[in-house]
Ligand binder design. Sequence first.
Ligand code: 9UX
Length: 72
Amino acid sequence: GVVTKVFTVPGMMCNNCKETVEGASLGLPGVLSAEVNLPEKTATVSFDPAKASVEDITKAIERTGFEVESVA
Ligand code: 9UX
């Protein structure tokens, strides 16, 4: 199956931030899609839970310098 989670990343301000966070997520094995909504400060990520986890994705985003505030 595929899991979709919404990561709240308040520091995302511009299109470069969007590309960075989407790219960090999409770079992980098992991540199928990643879409940032800048006004909402969210990244919606779909992934195969056999290959990737919320923790993996959070760490990948945070390695780029952003803080993940919450995941729902
Ligand atoms: Mo533009 Mo996004 O400086 O941090 S890359 S706001």
